[in-house]
Write a protein that binds this ligand. Structure first.
Ligand SMILES: C[S@@+](CC[C@H](N)C(=O)[O-])C[C@H]1O[C@@H](n2cnc3c(N)ncnc32)[C@H](O)[C@@H]1O
Length: 202
């Protein structure tokens, strides 16, 4: 396969949250068309991982919903009660236009969940270049007992190790159990993979 130069070469690096929001603000208008040409596989893979443990009538929080590509994948898999949130207003505006979320809001970076959820996804969000590693703890805290969280770590995040360190802490404390973890394709154009990780809250 011919690999294109990444359009956002600076994407998969750590940066202050204000810069992350600026990156996604500037990308919002082209994001859906751009991802459509790149071969973006993680949403469908992650939703399959969720569906193995969560009934379709469950309300699912799409954390870091962006423009709603992850919500669209949930909807295609039969999940119809969707809530969404993201820190970038321009991404949320485009998600709102898709009319797939029952509740949708712009979140403050690091803000706790406004309520507990039985099911959450974070597709391409808790990763280098987007939300910092401690965001995983916010998501774990926002799960109901027995609740399911499906999230992805892309290859640069796996190499970085700091996100796995937070995950290992929660696993070691018995706060979550690992239900599945599978590596597969993330973005075709850059030949990048991701781990899809499914967790159950104790
Ligand atoms: C690669 S996009 C993924 C969007 C969507 N889930 C998808 O699959 O297309 C990453 C998203 O994470 C959001 N994000 C970055 N930092 C965040 C944070 N601290 N809390 C919530 N969302 C964040 C960005 O605004 C962006 O929309």
């Amino acid at each position: 396969m011919t690999r294109k130069t990444p359009i956002k070469p600076q994407l998969w690096t750590p940066r202050p949250v204000s810069e992350t929001i600026a990156v996604y603000r500037d990308w919002a208008g082209d994001y859906d068309a751009d991802l459509a040409t790149r071969g973006y596989h993680t949403p469908a893979r992650l939703v399959e991982g969720l569906a193995a443990h969560v009934a379709p009538e469950t309300t699912v929080l799409d954390f870091g919903c962006g423009t709603g590509l992850s919500g669209t994948a949930l909807l295609r898999r039969g999940f119809t009660h969707l809530h969404g949130t993201d820190v970038t207003p321009e991404m949320v505006e485009l998600a709102r236009a898709k009319v797939i979320y029952e509740e949708l809001w712009v979140s403050e970076p690091g803000a706790p969940m406004p309520r507990a959820y039985d099911a959450m996804v974070a597709v391409g969000v808790v990763s280098l270049g987007a939300a910092p590693p401690e965001t995983l703890s916010l998501l774990v805290d926002g799960l109901s007992p027995g609740g399911i969280l499906a999230l992805s770590f892309n290859d640069p995040t796996l190499e970085d190790g700091s996100y796995d360190a937070v995950l290992d802490r929660h696993l070691d404390r018995g706060e979550v159990a690992l239900l599945s973890r599978d590596h597969g394709p993330h973005l075709d154009d850059v030949g990048m993979g991701s781990d899809v990780i499914v967790l159950r809250r104790a």
